[in-house]
Ligand binder design. Structure first.
Ligand code: NAD
Ligand code: WQD
Length: 331
């Protein structure tokens, strides 16, 4: 049977496609290319040697999604399609609720009409807000401080209701911490348009001379070196976690939320040092004021993923940096 990967031309979705195809699964990608390039699909075929059927559509086009489910004999869906920039969501809440919440509702309506009940949803550690304790386990209270995080939270709650309504639904919400890195081929990776908001693509652009220096947003946090601490997880570890989640969801009706993180915190300056080791070059940087809305520390308790999915992250910070650099050079 086939897996529908919505947003499969995007950063995380494309890496998941490589893992699924390598595991002998069939996939079909649906994407509107609002934040990715159609050439990713050809590159996926080059990397895997497998065909990657593509449906160029918005996930909100319910009829198109239903037709895709039917035509390709889809039995499971991984739902990546959506908008994800926190800052942008504050200035464009209607666009974010439309793409993320309306998009998910359209997908659910299509799945219901075609009797497809297995869903893995891309959620985010952002649903934990400012952590009350660390490491963060799945019982940690959830909250949102921006429209993007609120859209994720609303979707998780919606999916809980859907799963309660009928035992035919089998739903897992994967709460990603900070995905970074790239496929070993150097052919796919994080490809942000314009000035990167996230740390890793920005550091990569400094390392390759595209940008002159990194602004470190604050060095007065209560952390080991005063800079922000995050749980960076290699995108290939994340991708393998999705493959494990698909196996889990096939046998587990209901709703589950599972963290995908390493359980380790890395500070900004530690990541800069790791990148300097990977590139063999200094990363010029300057400490500036904190970025509004940033939290001091955030890292996962990954116990539940190990217990339920038999999965844990294996790749370290050095691989995250070297694979990011190789991709940036190829870009
Ligand atoms: P991305 O922007 O690279 O990928 C999203 C893909 O979905 C893109 O190819 C885009 O063109 C497509 N898309 C967006 N809206 C669509 C729509 N309405 N119809 C069809 N296609 C649409 O983002 P990503 O980093 O790969 O993230 C994938 C998912 O994971 C998102 O839902 C995001 O919220 C979530 N997530 C990402 C991170 C992260 O740091 N990257 C962390 C936690 C959760
Ligand atoms: C990491 C650290 C910054 C850039 C975001 C979203 C979250 C999720 C993952 C979707 C922080 C510091 C950053 C820079 C810096 N996305 N930094 N200089 O903010 O943890 O999470 O991406 O779900 O929702 O909020 O990631 O990479 O932006 O920042 O010093 O130029 O790097 O202060 O401590 P963040 P990030």
């Amino acid at each position: 049977m086939t897996i529908l990967v919505t947003g499969g031309a995007g950063y995380i979705g494309s890496h998941v496609v490589t893992v699924l195809l390598a595991a002998g699964r069939k996939v079909v990608v649906l994407d509107n290319f609002c934040n990715s390039d159609p050439s990713v699909v050809e590159r996926l075929e080059r990397i895997t040697g497998c065909p990657v059927p593509l449906v160029h559509s918005d996930v909100r086009d319910r009829e198109r999604v239903a037709d895709t489910l039917r035509r390709f004999g889809v039995d499971s869906v991984i739902h990546f399609a959506g908008l994800k920039a926190v800052g942008e969501s504050v200035s464009k809440p209607i666009e974010y609720y439309g793409a993320n919440i309306q998009g998910t509702i359209s997908l659910l309506e299509a799945m219901q009409s075609e009797k497809v009940g297995q869903l893995v949803f891309s959620s985010s550690a952002t649903v934990y807000g400012d952590p009350g304790y660390l490491p963060i386990d799945e019982s940690h209270p959830t909250s949102a401080t921006n429209p993007y995080g609120r859209s994720k939270l609303h979707i998780e709650e919606m999916l809980k209701d859907v799963a309660l309504a009928s035992p035919s639904w089998k739903i897992v919400c994967l709460r990603y911490f900070n995905p970074v890195g790239a496929h070993a081929s150097g052919l796919i990776g994080e490809d942000p348009a314009g000035i990167p908001n996230n740390l890793m693509p920005f550091v990569a652009q400094v390392a390759t001379g595209q940008r002159s220096f990194l602004r470190v947003f604050g060095q007065d946090y209560p952390t080991s070196d005063g800079t922000g601490v995050r749980d960076y997880i290699h995108v290939m570890d994340l991708a393998e976690g999705h493959s494990a989640a698909l196996r889990f969801v096939a046998d587990h009706p209901g709703w589950n939320a599972i963290n995908l993180g390493t359980g380790r915190g890395t500070s900004v300056l530690e990541m800069v040092s790791a990148f300097e080791r990977a590139s063999g070059r200094p990363i010029p940087h300057e400490v500036v004021d904190r970025r509004p809305g940033d939290i001091a520390s955030c890292y996962a308790d990954p116990t539940l993923a190990r217990q339920l999915l038999g999965w844990q992250a294996t790749r370290g910070v050095d691989d995250m940096c070297s694979s990011t650099l190789a991709w940036q050079k190829n870009r």
